[in-house]
Design a protein around this ligand. Structure first.
Ligand SMILES: Cc1cc2nc3c(=O)[nH]c(=O)nc-3n(C[C@H](O)[C@H](O)[C@H](O)COP(=O)(O)OP(=O)(O)OC[C@H]3O[C@@H](n4cnc5c(N)ncnc54)[C@H](O)[C@@H]3O)c2cc1C
Length: 577
């Protein structure tokens, strides 16, 4: 097996593939993916990618940037948001030129639809900004970029799981990977390594995220001393299928779907009189919980697992089948209903981590504390924090983030590898990974299943949509307990080949570490902002908290510092919709 590359990209989602495509112009590039590449989670993205093309009505990148900043409750770095909105337009046309089959207007232009929090003229009314390919936008992006990577001779190491980064002071020299087919560990040397490993929704019980979304890249970085940014901000999407968490895209509301409580009332009239059902996700999730608390959920029992209805019956069969065909299929398969005829039972579902590995505008990973960036270490996509989503991401802005900042990182990597040498990798660089695997195979304690269950329940109930100090302290104590249990956890399956038991235990450690710093960061931030709502600190507090948090693990314990927010374009204001 080839073990030396100019650049290695960990992750074959939209961010990783775009970076690989750009970097492959300058050298030998490999993409490592624990999944078969086109099964990456980007493929599940449904509703659209935001770009101010103005194809159906006037739109401008400045308005997109403003919506992104306001949507993120002013914790967004505004220089990054301006780049996101500006470069989104060309990025969408570039994808179109690569062959991405966008849905079209009758006169052949890329069609656009409304999405939550996207407005014209700085908040006046919803605007059609989301470019889409029915409700398979992410799938089309993934296939298009994968084909381009193949054309550009990018190499794919599919079903290889990254276990550790090889750091030499502030420089990254490569990584250690587990080959799933053989169970062997390999050391790979590379001038540059980019982490594009996606999200970590699996730390919560009810989630829209796939089993593979265990935050591996963030946890690998965290354990090698890299600080993580804004981990307290986790988004709950308002419309997961009740009891299952499977996502019902915001595009349903973009096309005219309405949320109703048990009295049949359009309750968003009370919470967001102007944008109604197209208000940002944090506001709608909170509104749903508030309705449940009042006894207005469909069961009316005031429990957080009660639900409301998403009524798409006014759309008509034709629109449903043409614009949201996969959603219609999900409803038939999982609920046995036709959404054109019957409303969909929904409740908030854990969806997206706004925080992550801190990067600059070229994907270089920050060291924190004003120490500049690591050499040869990059991150982009959901695992990174540049930060364009601040305290709450707007719908369609993740796909934009992937293509804009994935591409920027790829271009920087291309320049970097053209002038860098392969660094030396000291012998024994794989000892941490080897010891870890050996320890798990000789563990004497329980299997990981129980630990995972406790973790997901604790995070859902005590570090979920509405948070409170004493509950989070209890959650931290529970997580400390199960982190101790994990030290004795054991692999039951003795096989070397495709040992998913081992894989799940490696992933579980990542979830445990990330949940631990998430709960600590949430407890530390004594205010409510975007996706972080504290019942004991209900107001936003710009005086104390208009700043990013950075957390490291020092001897296994969290250590915090802060980072300023770029507010160079729009002064923070109260957030009203
Ligand atoms: C149901 C759903 C619908 C969505 N709809 C939209 C939408 O309409 N618009 C929008 O903007 N956003 C949407 N999002 C969010 C968006 O899809 C994701 O944030 C985004 O696709 C993440 O892309 P990524 O490239 O960062 O990572 P992913 O696409 O998640 O890819 C991660 C990659 O990392 C690899 N990997 C992970 N760990 C390891 C490891 N240890 N070793 C090797 N490889 C590893 C995986 O194999 C995979 O290839 C949606 C999300 C969900 C869940």
């Amino acid at each position: 097996m080839q073990t030396e590359y100019d650049a290695v990209i960990v992750g074959a989602g939209g961010a990783g593939l775009y970076a690989a495509l750009e970097a492959s112009d300058a050298g030998r590039v490999a993409v490592i993916s624990k999944l078969y590449p086109v099964r990456s989670h980007t493929g599940t993205a449904q509703g659209g990618i935001g770009a101010a093309l103005g194809n159906l009505e006037e739109d401008k990148p400045e308005w997109h940037a403003f919506d992104t900043i306001k949507g993120g409750d002013y914790l967004v770095d505004q220089d990054a948001a301006a780049i996101l909105a500006d470069e989104a337009v060309q990025a969408v046309y570039d994808l179109e030129n690569m062959g991405l089959p966008f849905s079209r207007t009758p006169d052949g232009r890329i069609d656009q639809r409304r999405f939550g929090g996207h407005t014209r003229n700085f908040g006046e009314a919803p605007v059609r900004r989301a470019c889409y390919a029915a409700d398979r936008t992410g799938h089309m992006i993934l296939q298009t970029l994968y084909q381009q990577c193949i054309k550009n001779d990018v190499e794919f190491l599919a079903e290889f799981h990254a276990v550790d980064l090889i750091m030499d002071g502030p420089a990254c020299r490569g990584l250690v990977v587990l080959e799933l087919r053989t169970g062997e560990l390999h050391t790979i040397r590379s001038k540059a390594v980019m982490l594009a490993t996606g999200g970590f929704g699996r730390m919560f019980k009810t989630t829209s995220n796939a089993y593979a979304n265990t935050g591996d890249g963030l946890a690998l970085a965290l354990r090698r001393g890299v600080p993580l940014e804004d981990m307290e901000f986790y988004q709950f999407h308002p419309t997961g299928i009740a009891g299952l968490g499977i996502l019902i895209t915001e595009a349903v509301r973009g096309e005219g779907g309405i949320l109703r409580n048990r009295q049949g009332e359009r309750f968003m009239e009370e919470y967001a009189p102007k944008l109604l059902d197209l208000a940002p996700r944090d506001l709608i999730s909170k509104a749903i919980l508030s309705e449940l608390k009042r006894g207005n959920g469909m069961r009316g029992d005031r429990q957080i697992d009660d639900y409301v209805l998403l009524d798409a019956t006014k759309l008509g069969k034709e629109v449903v089948e043409e614009k949201i065909p996969d959603i219609a299929d999900f409803c038939r398969t999982y609920l046995g209903i036709d959404p054109a005829v019957q409303p969909i039972p929904v409740q908030p579902t854990a969806h997206y981590g706004m925080g992550g590995i801190p990067t600059d505008l070229h994907g270089r990973v920050h060291r924190g504390g004003g120490e500049g960036s690591y050499l040869g270490l990059y991150a982009a996509g959901e695992c990174a924090c540049v930060s364009v989503h601040g305290a709450n991401r707007l719908g369609t802005n993740s796909l934009v983030d992937l293509v804009v900042f994935g591409r920027r990182a790829g271009r920087h990597i291309a320049d970097f590898i053209a002038n860098a040498d392969l660094g030396r990798v000291a012998s024994g660089s794989d000892s941490y990974a080897r010891d870890k695997v050996a320890r798990l195979k000789s563990g004497k304690g329980a299997h990981g299943g129980k630990i995972r269950e406790t973790l997901q329940k604790t995070m859902m109930e005590q570090v979920g949509v509405i948070r409170e100090g004493s509950e989070m302290r209890a959650a931290i104590a529970t997580i400390e307990g199960i982190r101790d249990d994990y030290r004795e956890a054991r692999v039951q399956d003795p096989d070397a080949s495709f040992n998913t038991d081992l894989l799940e235990l490696l992933e579980l450690e990542n979830l445990l570490d990330l949940a631990y710093v998430t709960a600590h960061a949430a407890l530390r931030r004594e205010e409510s902002r975007g996706g972080h709502t504290r019942s004991d600190f209900p107001e936003r507090d710009d005086g104390r908290w208009l700043r990013h948090s950075l957390v490291r693990l020092a001897d296994g314990k969290p250590e915090f510092s802060d980072k300023s927010v770029d507010t160079s374009l729009f002064a923070p204001k109260p957030r009203v919709y």
